[in-house]
Design a protein around this ligand. Structure first.
Ligand SMILES: Nc1ncnc2c1ncn2[C@@H]1O[C@H](COP(=O)(O)OP(=O)(O)OP(=O)(O)O)[C@@H](O)[C@H]1O
Ligand SMILES: [Mg+2]
Length: 527
C-alpha cells in the first residue's frame, strides 16, 4: 500500500517511502525530506515530507498561501530550502537553478506566467532552447515543431502571433506547450486550468493521461477539486506550510478534501437566490446596439437590479470584449448605455468609475495590481482615485483596508507586505477586494475566482449574493461553468462576438449552455 486510506473525520496521515512494517515497495521518482523554507514574516514550508512515484498523477491541494507553489519552487531549483533534502531517482540532488532542474528532466508550468509578450508563440515556446546548431538556429524547424504541438492541442492560431495579443487562457496554453516541447520525467503544473474553459481542460487532461502512460510523473495543483478527483491518482493536502496527508483520490469526496484543507467542516454550496417574487426587478442598466470596435458586432442586453448576469462563451467569443468596452478599456464604435433610464457617456475608465461601474480584470499581473507596492497601497488606490487624496485620513484608510483583508480572508504577514510576495490566490483576492471600499452600482467581473481556494470562493459567492441582494447589478464571466451555473441568475451566451442565447437559472444545464456557446443553438434576437 502506497498511501493510507482516508477514514471519515479521522484522516490517516501517511505519506511514507516505506509502507508500515515493510520494506520499500516503491521507488519514488522524487522525495522531499524534512524540507523547511522561511520568508520574512512567514514560515512557508515546515518540515515537509512529500514523494511521488513514477507514472502517477499526483494532486497537490491546499488553501491560498498553504505553501504549494513554494514546494514546487524548491523542487525545481527556484528556491533553496533552509533545511532538508531532495532525492531524485534515488540520488540526493541540489538544483541550483531552474535550468539545472530542466536538464534533469523536470519541467514546470508556473502559476505566474513567464512569457515575453512581444515575442511570438513559437519564440516563447523555444526561448532558451532554439532548435538548430550553435548560433544558427532553424526558424523553419521552430515553426514546424510549434505548429505540430499547437495542432495536437487544437490551438487555432498562427505560431507567429504575438503573446501580447493572446487571452489569458491562450497564454496558459503557450506555457503548457513550452513545458511539453522537451521531454520530461517529472512535469509539474501549478494551476494550469485556472483560466481554461471546460473543452480546453479536457484537451489538457488527454495530454496528461498520455504522458502518464509513457511513464511521466505529473504533479498537478488546482483549486478546482472536481478536476483533482477526475485526473489524479493520489492527492496530497497542505495546510499552513505542512502536509496534512496523502491519500488515494478514489477514497475521498470533494467535501473530504475541503474539510482536510480548511481543518473544519465546510459546506460546499452556492448561496441561495432570492425568489423572483421577493426581488424588485427594476431595470438597472440597458445596453442598446453596443458595438465594440474590435468585433464590429452589435450587442444589446438589460441588467436588472440585484441580478447576477453571466456572460458565458468560449475563449475569444466576445464576452470579455463587451465587458472591457463597457468600462472603456477598449474602444467602441457606437451604441447606447442607460443607467436607470439616464443615458450615459463613458469615454474613459474614470467616467465608468464615476457612474458607479467597477471592473476587475482576469490578468492580475498586467492590469489588476501594482505588484511592487504594498497590500495597503493597492487597496487604498481606488479610494484615493475616487476622492481627493488629501481629504482621506490615513486612519480611515487603514480601517477600510483591514476590513477588506478580513472579509476576503487575505493572508498577509502585514499590511506593508509587497503584493509581489503574496501567494497567487491572495493576489487575486486583493484584485477583487480593493474595489470593495465602497459599494458600486454595477460590477463587471472577469474570472473573479481564478486561483482562489474553495473556502474563500464560497465566501466570495456569499459576498456577491449579498451585494446583489442590496440591489447591485453584477455581470460576471468565469471559465468555470459549474461556478457560473451556481452563482448566476441568468446567462447570456456569446458566440462569434454575438449573443446567441439567454437562459434563466431554472433552465441551466451544462449541455444547454454549451450548445448556445458553441453556436449549435440560438434563441436570441438580433441586437
Ligand atoms: N518570495 C516570497 N517572499 C515572501 N513571502 C513569500 C514569497 N513567496 C511566497 N511567500 C509566502 O509564503 C506563503 C506560501 O505561499 P505559496 O505561494 O507557496 O502558497 P500557495 O499554496 O501556492 O497559495 P496559492 O493557492 O494562493 O497559490 C505565503 O504566505 C506567501 O505570502
Ligand atoms: Mg501558488
Amino acid at each position: 500500500m502506497l498511501v493510507g486510506t482516508f477514514q471519515r473525520k479521522v484522516p490517516t496521515i501517511c505519506w511514507f517511502r516505506r509502507c508500515p512494517g515493510g520494506d520499500a515497495v516503491f521507488e519514488p521518482l522524487i522525495a522531499i525530506e524534512n524540507v523547511s523554507k522561511r520568508f520574512p514574516g512567514v514560515q512557508a514550508l515546515k518540515n515537509v515530507n512529500f514523494s511521488c512515484s513514477k507514472g502517477t498523477i499526483h494532486g497537490l491541494v491546499g488553501e491560498n498561501g498553504a505553501g504549494k507553489s513554494t514546494l514546487i519552487k524548491v523542487i525545481s531549483g527556484v528556491y533553496h530550502s533552509d533545511e532538508g533534502r531532495i532525492l531524485y531517482k534515488g540520488q540526493r540532488v541540489h538544483f541550483h537553478s531552474p535550468s539545472d532542474a530542466i536538464k534533469n528532466g523536470i519541467r514546470v508550468v508556473y502559476q505566474e506566467f513567464g512569457l515575453v509578450p512581444f515575442l511570438s508563440i513559437a519564440e516563447n515556446i523555444f526561448l532558451g532552447n532554439f532548435p538548430g546548431k550553435g548560433l544558427f538556429f532553424s526558424k523553419r524547424e521552430m515553426y514546424k515543431h510549434t505548429e505540430a504541438i499547437m495542432q495536437s492541442l487544437g490551438f487555432d492560431k498562427s505560431p507567429d502571433t504575438l503573446v501580447a495579443d493572446l487571452s489569458v487562457g491562450e497564454q496558459q496554453f503557450v506555457e503548457i506547450m513550452k513545458a511539453l516541447v522537451q521531454k520530461a520525467n517529472l512535469l509539474i503544473l501549478d494551476e494550469p486550468t485556472a483560466a481554461l474553459l471546460p473543452n480546453e481542460v479536457e484537451k489538457l487532461f488527454t495530454i496528461i493521461r498520455d504522458l502518464k502512460n509513457k511513464g511521466v510523473t505529473v504533479i498537478f495543483v488546482s483549486h478546482r477539486l472536481p478536476e483533482i478527483l477526475e485526473i489524479c491518482d493520489i492527492v496530497t493536502i497542505m495546510k499552513d506550510g505542512e502536509i496534512v496527508g496523502t491519500f488515494e483520490t478514489s477514497s475521498l469526496t470533494e467535501e473530504d478534501i475541503v474539510n482536510l484543507m480548511v481543518g473544519r467542516t465546510v459546506e460546499v454550496t452556492f448561496p441561495k437566490r432570492l425568489t423572483e417574487m421577493k426581488r424588485k426587478r427594476e431595470l438597472l442598466m440597458e445596453v442598446k446596439r453596443f458595438v465594440p470596435a474590435s468585433t464590429g458586432k452589435p450587442v444589446s442586453f438589460q441588467l436588472f437590479e440585484g441580478e447576477i448576469l453571466g456572460f458565458y462563451g468560449l475563449e475569444g467569443q466576445g464576452q470579455r470584449t463587451v465587458m472591457r468596452s463597457l468600462f472603456a478599456l477598449e474602444s467602441v464604435l457606437s451604441g447606447e448605455i442607460r443607467l436607470r433610464s439616464e443615458s450615459v457617456r463613458i469615454k474613459t475608465p474614470h467616467d465608468a468609475i464615476r457612474y458607479g461601474l467597477i471592473y476587475t480584470p482576469a490578468s492580475r499581473k498586467e492590469e489588476g495590481l501594482a505588484l511592487i507596492l504594498s497590500v495597503y497601497e493597492n487597496i487604498a488606490m481606488p479610494i484615493l482615485i475616487r476622492q481627493k487624496a488629501n481629504l482621506v485620513r490615513n486612519r480611515e484608510l487603514l480601517k477600510v483596508c483591514r476590513r477588506i483583508i478580513s472579509e476576503f480572508n487575505i493572508k498577509v504577514s502585514n499590511l506593508n507586505q509587497r503584493v509581489l510576495n503574496l501567494s497567487g490566490g491572495n493576489q487575486q483576492k486583493v484584485v477583487i477586494g480593493k474595489w470593495f471600499s465602497e459599494y458600486p452600482r454595477v460590477l463587471l467581473l472577469d474570472e473573479p475566482t481564478r486561483g482562489i481556494d474553495v473556502g474563500s470562493k464560497i465566501e466570495i459567492y456569499k459576498i456577491l449574493r449579498e451585494l446583489s441582494n442590496q440591489g447591485i447589478g453584477i455581470i460576471v464571466f468565469s471559465s468555470d461553468l459549474i461556478e457560473m451555473i451556481g452563482i448566476c441568475d441568468r446567462i447570456l451566451t456569446f458566440y462569434e462576438n454575438e449573443i446567441t442565447g439567454e437562459i434563466r437559472w431554472q433552465d441551466f444545464t451544462e449541455e444547454i449552455i454549451m450548445a448556445y456557446a458553441t453556436g449549435t443553438h440560438s434563441n436570441k434576437f438580433s441586437a
